[in-house]
Design a protein around this ligand. Structure first.
Ligand code: ATP
Length: 229
């Protein structure tokens, strides 16, 4: 596992590279299984985790970007296929995915297949993201199933449903044929875990054990995070 910052040059991969952004407030087993199963189901060479600094789509997280980054580091450190990109955490500006993808394209070149990994709930909101249509020129998008969020055209807003229909891959091998532009779906093990649920448990002094790695729980306890105020 390696950590990269803005100035780093990434290694060229022959397989598609997964990019997994999120608030990770805190990171949990739903995130970890998504990244792990994306490698298997989509034939990725690895997954680069990109914790958001100042997420534009939600309120300010209760813990600092550095603490969320630290928790991701602790939970992914023993997986050689995972790496971490700390650029969004270190940036002063809001973390827009399209900017991060433009930066990665500049660093990795036009040939590298990039696959933006999102859960079904995040995908359903994609049309509200900054310059969302530009994302397809920069990366593929792979959508994981998530309990409570069906990946169906009928449940998507019209403009996103059109893109989904036009770009949808039936075979993950298509992610290797082009560097960007397709939408794939994959059925990961369904885990009805959310960071919201974990924050609520911890704020009420209830156990969140077995929903997230012990190393993350230890870090939370030691730093007294997510306590009710
Ligand atoms: P919160 O409850 O605070 O909104 P979250 O648990 O959804 O957080 P995020 O950090 O917002 O976690 O999610 C990062 C990415 O991981 C998103 O694309 C989200 O859809 C996906 N994801 C999170 N939890 C799961 C899960 N249990 N199953 C599948 N995908 C998930």
């Amino acid at each position: 596992m390696s950590v990269t910052a803005t100035s780093s040059v990434f290694p060229k991969l022959s397989e598609p590279l997964g990019l997994f952004g999120g608030t990770f407030d805190p990171v949990h087993f739903g995130h970890l299984r998504l990244a792990e199963e994306a490698i298997t189901h989509l034939g990725l060479g690895g997954v680069r985790w990109i914790p958001a600094g100042q997420p534009p789509h939600r309120g300010t997280p209760q813990v600092t970007p550095q603490q969320r980054l630290e928790m991701v580091l602790r939970s992914t450190g023993n997986n050689a296929r995972f790496s971490i990109d700390a650029s969004e955490v270190e940036a002063a500006a809001p973390s827009y995915t399209v900017h991060t993808l433009e930066r990665l394209r500049r660093e990795l070149g036009p040939e590298q297949s990039l696959v933006l990994l999102v859960g079904a709930d995040a995908f359903a909101g994609l049309a509200s993201w900054h310059r969302w249509r530009d994302i397809f020129a920069l990366a593929h998008v792979a959508v994981s199933h998530r309990p409570g969020f069906p990946v169906e055209i009928s449940s998507l807003p019209h403009e996103l449903a059109t893109e989904f229909n036009d770009r949808r891959l039936t075979d993950a091998a298509g992610l290797k044929r082009a560097p960007a532009g397709a939408i794939a779906t994959f059925a990961m093990t369904q885990l009805a875990i959310s960071a919201t649920q974990i924050r609520k448990l911890l704020a009420n002094d209830l156990s969140a054990r077995y929903l997230l790695p012990d190393a993350v729980l230890d870090y939370i306890a030691r730093n007294q995070l997510y306590k009710s105020t």
